[in-house]
Ligand binder design. Structure first.
Ligand code: 6R9
Length: 635
């Protein structure tokens, strides 16, 4: 592997080359992978349509790169180490050879059930190795996976299945998360009432929760595996995929309407996740790498499965939550498996920080070399706590900024190479051309400035479209500023040229690192029988980063406000999922609107933040007394 950057000079040289000769730069990196046929052209693009094609004409299968090619020298090296939710349940280790075998077998299960190249498969599973196996099996036969996070409701799953017209669902009877059993198959049953495209449901046994199994549709994972074994379908040749064939769909919230299916394709995504994984974490052979994300989010896709496995790394997967059975669980895992690289989220750090140092003090964390952070801005206090108490001042913290749409890390220190600074994602990776712009789209030059963060040149890991609606992709990301990809984030560049992400500038709330669209939550609240109208904003939350604050107008006064709040909360839970439940619900008589009927969220945000003295200009409001009423009844 010859794309590892080893010094700041090498970083500077790589960055410069990536800007001056991007095609040559990425072609050299791509030489390190296994291709069935090499590309005819490295890059073809315009941000107008947009059209982005990387490694055009190349043929490959990503699982040959993640599995087969490591069998020569890493067959017996652990590919996945799995730690169960319950610390007394034995952990599992899958070597590259074993993982390869299991993926091949399950690929044959998919084929045996009629899944073909290009078909969409929805995966709704707990964090067990079979989830990674299901994902890789889809990729091996060329089916497009759409993983849905275990916390989403039946309605959300149904919307996603219908949007992608999935033919199959892979799930399990249930999942363990901390002290709870999550009834995954029950939720799928509820969802499937609305989905005609699904012909088969494969159900893994995990919790042994009683579930329904519908004849002809539902099949046990274990039985299906036995069937293909009996048929002698052990090996499964990897399907030949085009570089730009779709690899997966992952739904994410935006500022308007329903979630979008972000589409990633094969070759560019593979090259980008592998390259960034290697360079950001400076992964060394035999290191144990632990990313605490759920595979239901992009971080799990790119940095539990594809990036690490493409690099032949040992990736640790954890089924549970950081606080079960107690707030020392991450540190127990680091100690138990001698973890070298830990990649987690600020919300987890803040929650563990609050539990105190008793849970850290007797744990041996000396194996740690690199710490990572992702998902939301990390506040200085959390950064310092992580640095001092977990890294013992010796481990660089890589604060990695990126998005579902970017596929991989875009701005981050490279461990031990780029000097870190609390709260700063620091510098762009090679291949990433950033620009700060003002409202009009004009570039903000120089240092010590702030603006909206845009990217001006394609990178291999970027999204190609939003599933089934290319115009929406153009509108959302490429129409705000001409010829630029707009991230939706605000950002500052300090005197050293270091970047600090300040948060979303659109109507997206980041709750515990999860993106939630205000419009989505409002739609769900408005479904509640007595609601006339609602407006949702984010407010600073000590642990979650941001919490959801909802202003709600009822059609009649509630005789039990607490109960009505719970009813509304339950409604949101049913429609979207528990992650979108508002923290605070304030009943109001009216919402601050302009004369043209637009809700002035700026004012609502200020009130939710507790900054009532500073509401700015309210003279354009239709009825300024509304604001007084909201201020006086703030919760
Ligand atoms: C990978 C992931 C993307 C949004 C992004 C930004 C926020 C992510 C961050 C960060 C500050 C970081 N974000 N990483 N903000 N510093 N290191 O989280 O993808 O779920 O799509 O969220 O998260 O606001 O725009 P996704």
């Amino acid at each position: 592997m010859n794309f590892q950057i080893k010094s700041i000079e090498e970083y500077n040289a790589a960055y410069q080359k990536s800007v001056e000769k991007p095609e040559e730069f990425w072609a050299e990196i791509a030489e390190n992978f296994q291709w069935k046929k090499k590309w005819d052209k490295v890059l073809d693009w315009n941000f107008k349509e947009p059209k982005i094609e990387w490694f055009k004409g190349a043929k490959l299968n990503i699982t040959e790169n993640c599995l087969d090619r490591h069998l020569k020298d890493k067959a017996d090296q652990p590919a996945i180490i799995w730690e169960a939710n319950d610390p007394t349940e034995h952990h599992r280790v899958l070597t590259y050879k074993q993982l390869h075998q299991k993926v091949c077998l399950f690929s044959n299960v998919l084929k045996n059930n009629g899944v073909k190249k290009g078909d969409r498969v929805c995966i709704y599973m707990p964090m067990v190795p079979e989830l990674a196996i299901a994902v890789l099996a889809c990729a091996r036969i060329g089916a497009i996976h759409s993983v849905v996070f275990g916390g989403f409701s039946a309605q959300s799953i149904a919307d996603r299945i219908n949007d992608a017209q999935c033919e199959m669902v892979i799930t399990s009877d249930g999942g363990f998360r901390g002290p709870k059993d999550i009834p995954l198959k029950n939720v799928i049953d509820d969802a499937l009432v609305q989905c005609c495209s699904v012909k088969t449901v494969i159900v893994l046994t995990r919790t042994r929760t009683p579930i329904s199994m519908i004849k002809g549709r539902d099949k046990w994972w274990e039985d299906e595996i036995k069937k293909v074994e009996t048929l002698g379908l052990i090996d499964c040749p990897a399907e030949e995929m085009d570089a730009e064939d779709e690899l997966f769909i992952l739904y994410t919230s935006g500022s308007t309407g329903k979630p979008k299916g972000v589409v990633h394709t094969t070759a560019g995504y593979m090259v980008y996740t592998a390259y960034t994984f290697q360079n950001v974490f400076q992964y060394q052979p035999n290191d144990v790498y632990f990313c605490t994300a759920d595979i239901g989010w992009i971080t799990g896709h790119s940095y539990i499965i594809y990036g690490p496995l493409a690099q032949g790394a040992t990736t640790l997967m954890f089924e549970g939550v950081p606080t079960y059975p107690d707030a020392g669980r991450f540190w127990d895992i680091v100690d138990k498996f001698k973890v070298n690289v830990l990649y987690t989220a600020p919300t987890a750090i803040r929650s563990l920080m609050q539990s105190g140092l008793d849970y850290v003090k007797d744990k041996d964390l000396s194996s740690l070399k690199v710490l990572g952070s992702v998902g939301e801005p990390i506040n200085e206090e959390a950064w310092n706590w992580y640095n001092e108490n977990i890294g013992k001042g010796k481990c660089p913290i890589v604060d990695t900024w990126w998005q579902t749409e970017t596929g991989g890390i875009m701005i981050s220190p490279l461990a031990n190479i780029i000097k870190t600074k609390p709260c700063f994602a620091t510098l762009p990776l090679p291949g990433v051309q950033l620009m700060l712009v003002d409202e009009k789209g004009d570039e903000i030059k120089g240092n010590g400035v702030s603006g909206n963060l845009c990217i001006t040149f394609p990178w291999p890991g970027m999204l190609r479209t939003t599933y089934g609606d290319h115009e929406r992709c153009r509108q959302t990301y490429f129409a705000t500023y001409e010829n630029k990809y707009f991230t939706g984030d605000g950002c500052m560049r300090d005197e050293d040229g270091y970047y600090r992400i300040t948060g979303r500038v659109d109507d997206v709330i980041n709750v515990s690192g999860h993106r939630i669209g205000t419009a989505e939550v409002e739609n769900a609240i408005n479904m509640f029988t007595d609601v006339v109208e609602s407006a949702v904003v984010g407010y600073p939350h000590e642990i979650k980063g941001q919490g959801i604050y909802a202003y709600v107008i009822l059609n009649k006064e509630s005789d039990d406000e607490e109960l009505t709040r719970k009813d509304i909360s339950m409604t949101v839970s049913r429609i979207i999922g528990a992650i979108a439940r508002p923290e605070k619900i304030q009943f109001v008589k009216g919402l601050p609107k302009t004369r043209s009927g637009k809700i002035m969220r700026r004012i609502l945000r200020k009130i939710a933040e507790g900054d009532v003295a500073n509401l700015g200009d309210t003279s354009t409001l239709l009825d300024p007394t509304v604001v007084e009423d909201i201020k006086n009844n703030k919760i």
